[in-house]
Design a protein around this ligand. Structure first.
Ligand SMILES: [Zn+2]
Length: 403
């Protein structure tokens, strides 16, 4: 499973020129479709950096990076059926990484000075790891879901307490949660609730889904301590005895998706209700002034723009930096630059959907100067420029298995 530390590792890599190839590619579920993948990857990669900005003729390094991607596809394509895989390649930096993502994302290739992380962040946020508690009237089990992997992390037997200090629970020894769980006793739902509280806290507040008979769900919910209740994302009803791991994922997945969407909307509402920059130009001004406290990016496409070679200001205009007039360098995606700047300033970044703006930012302070004051309703320029549906990524020397 990819994590924020993967993002940070990638963000630490930078080439002097636009030599880092990032490719997001959806591998079809049908193994027959894998044959056409190389051609699709080549098409996407051929378009990277060709939209008028940072055009790099296909030099030696570019060829090597493309060949490395095609080689990985040929060798591992069948391990990634149904996954979007992110590739990052830059021979100059000794970088090659292939990361299967837990979410399906659009295909895109980008050539830039560093890895392109917006889709990676979106995947982490939209398809988080989560816990599922399956509860019956007499026993319960806890599963952890990460991408396509479903693992039982705790199980309560109906035969009562056994060794290892886990009253009535076994299976924990294979999981890191095991180390943090104390001996429990007493009521069935209370035991389960306590296990869940521990698991939720150890998992850094991963969301929790509860599945089972209606009355068992209600019984368990009643016993949930505050931390677990806060993590509770929703429930599904099912016969606990008939649930295979695959079925658990099928039933819990939509619950998690609903939870993620609700959180996105709540966050957008909360940020728009306070001191905020709304729209591209207001948000650019906020980022340029270093006052963007939390950036929300809703626009999925890329917006080509410019960065001042002197002061680093980001802008949509090509005439030069609006502040100092220095000739600006083109960047393939202003939104990516805004994301990077905000992360550099330790501000959180959230990719959201169904928002009435392309990009918005919670402000630490009001934006000063010019017309780019808060709450500008400018969402112009948000169309995906023709041929710009590409984006970049980087990694460092390895290929991961299933998503
Ligand atoms: Zn400047």
């Amino acid at each position: 499973m990819i994590s924020h530390s993967d993002v940070e590792k990638l963000r630490g890599m930078r080439a002097p020129g636009p030599a880092v190839l990032s490719l997001y590619l959806l591998v079809p579920l049908d193994p027959v479709g894998v044959r056409g993948l190389a051609a699709l990857a080549e098409d996407l990669m051929a378009g990277a950096g060709a939209s008028g900005t940072d055009v790099v003729s296909t030099a030696k390094g570019g060829h090597a990076d493309r060949d490395a991607v095609l080689g990985a596809l040929a060798a591992h394509g069948r391990d990634w059926l149904g996954c979007t895989v992110a590739f990052f390649a830059c021979q100059q930096l000794g970088l090659f990484e292939a990361l299967p993502l837990p979410c399906v994302l659009p295909g895109r290739a980008v050539l830039a000075t560093r890895p392109y992380v917006r889709p990676l962040l979106a995947a982490i946020q939209r398809c988080p790891d989560y816990l599922v508690a399956i509860t019956g009237r007499r026993h319960a089990r806890v599963l952890s879901v990460s991408g396509a992997r479903v693992e039982t992390v705790a199980s309560q037997s109906e035969e009562g307490p056994r060794g290892r200090g886990f009253g009535g629970w076994y299976g924990l020894e294979t999981h890191r949660i095991q180390q943090r769980i104390i001996q429990l006793g007493g009521h069935h739902y209370r035991d389960t609730a306590a296990i869940l509280e521990r698991a939720v806290c150890v998992g850094r507040h991963v969301p929790l889904v509860i599945g089972g008979h209606h009355d068992s769900i209600a019984g368990l919910l009643q016993e949930l301590p505050p931390a677990a209740r806060e993590a509770f994302a929703g429930s599904f009803t099912a016969d606990p005895h008939a649930l295979t791991p695959a079925r658990v994922r099928e039933l819990a997945g939509p619950v998690i998706q609903g939870w993620v969407a609700r959180r996105e909307q709540e966050l957008a509402g909360e940020i728009l209700g306070g001191l905020a920059a709304v729209g591209l130009h207001a948000s650019l001004a906020a980022v340029n002034q270093g006052v963007a406290g939390h950036l929300l990016v809703a626009h999925e496409g890329m917006l080509a723009g410019y960065v001042c070679g002197y002061c680093g200001a980001l802008s949509t205009g090509g005439i030069g930096c609006p502040d100092c007039g220095t000739a600006a360098r083109t960047v393939p995606d202003l939104l990516e630059e805004m994301v990077q700047r905000t992360l550099d300033d330790n501000g959180p970044v959230t990719m959201i959907r169904d928002a009435p703006f392309s990009v918005a930012a919670r402000l630490r302070f009001p934006v000063t100067g010019r017309e780019n004051v808060t709450r500008g309703a400018d969402d112009e320029g948000c169309s995906d420029p023709a041929g710009a549906g590409r984006n970049p990524w980087q990694g460092s020397g390895w290929v991961r298995g299933a998503c």
